[in-house]
Design a protein around this ligand. Structure first.
Ligand code: PGA
Length: 249
């Protein structure tokens, strides 16, 4: 376990709350530098807050990431932010989160375009993939054949024309959609089944688990062969998130 990605989604709602959260987090992270790689992915307007609160204290106990980027490198795309613009303020970019796939029409092809732009700009992609509950065999909780096919398709189409060298730079986040925000985590066997599938497609992938990771579930998730975790809701509760990091460090 090494990577801890904090996906703040569209939170917190105000600048003042973001200042307070960043201050709480950095106070502790600066005192207690963990061995883990902590990557904060706040909404874009709050990205620069981290460096402002950190000031010139070194070393910086965190990296920064964006939750999305445009699928084009430049042009008349109102509201979009390109990977080359992001590289001035962060080091990582999430691509293919299930919420973007479900609500913003992000297809495997779009994820592929984004991954390539992120890589060309020397940023590290965090590529999300995962299935809904209908892709699981309800008798034993394992992937059904269509579930295996779906995971395979997400990875293969998402990585089309991405070289093995580039693939080795990507963090792959397996996020079962049925576990996100539900309080239910996938069991070790369920996670390992998906990881085995990913390893049959990608050489030595770096694999993260996401979906209801909290300070309470982290010890269970630590039993899997995950290289890290992607944390949503629990990354917004300063002290709880810090205790989650400490459990891993
Ligand atoms: P959760 O979200 O930790 O709140 O389940 C994870 C995610 O959507 O990335």
């Amino acid at each position: 376990m090494r990577y801890i990605v904090a996906n703040w989604k569209m939170n917190p709602p105000s600048f003042l709350e973001a200042v307070s959260l960043v201050t709480t987090l950095l106070d502790s992270l600066n005192k207690n530098f963990p061995r883990s790689v902590v990557i904060f992915c706040p909404p874009l307007p709050f990205l620069s807050l981290f460096d402002q609160v950190q000031g010139d204290r070194l070393p910086k106990p965190y990296f920064l990431g964006a939750q999305n980027c445009a699928a084009d490198s430049a042009g008349p795309f109102t509201g979009e932010v390109s990977a080359s613009q992001l590289k001035t303020i962060c080091q990582y970019v999430i691509a293919g989160h299930s919420e973007r796939r479900a609500y913003f029409g992000e297809t495997d092809q779009l994820v592929n375009q984004k991954l390539k732009l992120v890589l060309i700009n020397n940023l590290t992609p965090i590529m999300c993939f995962g299935e809904t509950l209908v892709y699981r065999d309800l008798s034993n909780g394992m992937l059904s054949q269509s579930g295996k096919d779906l995971i395979k398709k997400q990875l293969e189409a998402g990585l089309e024309n991405v070289s093995k060298v580039e693939q080795s730079k990507i963090l792959f986040a397996y996020e079962p959609i049925w576990a996100i925000g539900t309080g239910t985590i996938a069991h070790t066997e369920q996670v390992e089944e998906v990881y085995d599938l990913a390893r049959s497609i990608i050489d030595h992938p770096t694999l993260l688990y996401g979906g209801s990771v909290t300070e309470n579930t982290i010890s269970e998730i630590s039993k899997t062969s995950s290289d890290g975790v992607l944390v949503g809701g629990a990354s917004l509760a300063g002290p709880n998130f810090l205790s989650l990091i400490n459990t891993l460090s």
